[in-house]
Write a new protein. Structure first.
Length: 93
């Protein structure tokens, strides 16, 4: 499928990353991943991303900081990428 959407999974847990990736690939999404906030920004700047599944608690830059950086990006295509926050530790927010 050449027009499949690309989803960036920002997740530092390899278990959650692999499970999420498998589920989305079964739905024909193309998946790229980032294990920390620094990698997130590199990924969105280096290739077209249709959506980000953003773990709130990732190292280097947390998910909230990454999302603010994406929204403030000078490239409007990047600034408008949908970001869906995910966390396994919801009691802290």
């Amino acid at each position: 499928m050449s027009d499949s959407k690309t989803i960036l999974i920002a997740e530092d847990s390899s278990v959650i990353l692999n499970l999420t990736k498998k589920i989305l690939e079964l739905q024909k999404y193309r998946i790229v991943s980032a294990k920390n906030g620094g990698e997130v920004i590199k990924q969105v700047e280096s290739q077209p991303i249709d959506c980000v599944l953003m773990d709130i608690n990732i190292p280097v830059k947390d998910g909230m900081e990454c999302t603010r950086e994406i929204r403030a990006h000078q490239d409007p295509r990047i600034a408008r990428i949908p970001v869906i926050a995910i966390t396994g530790n919801a009691n802290n927010y």
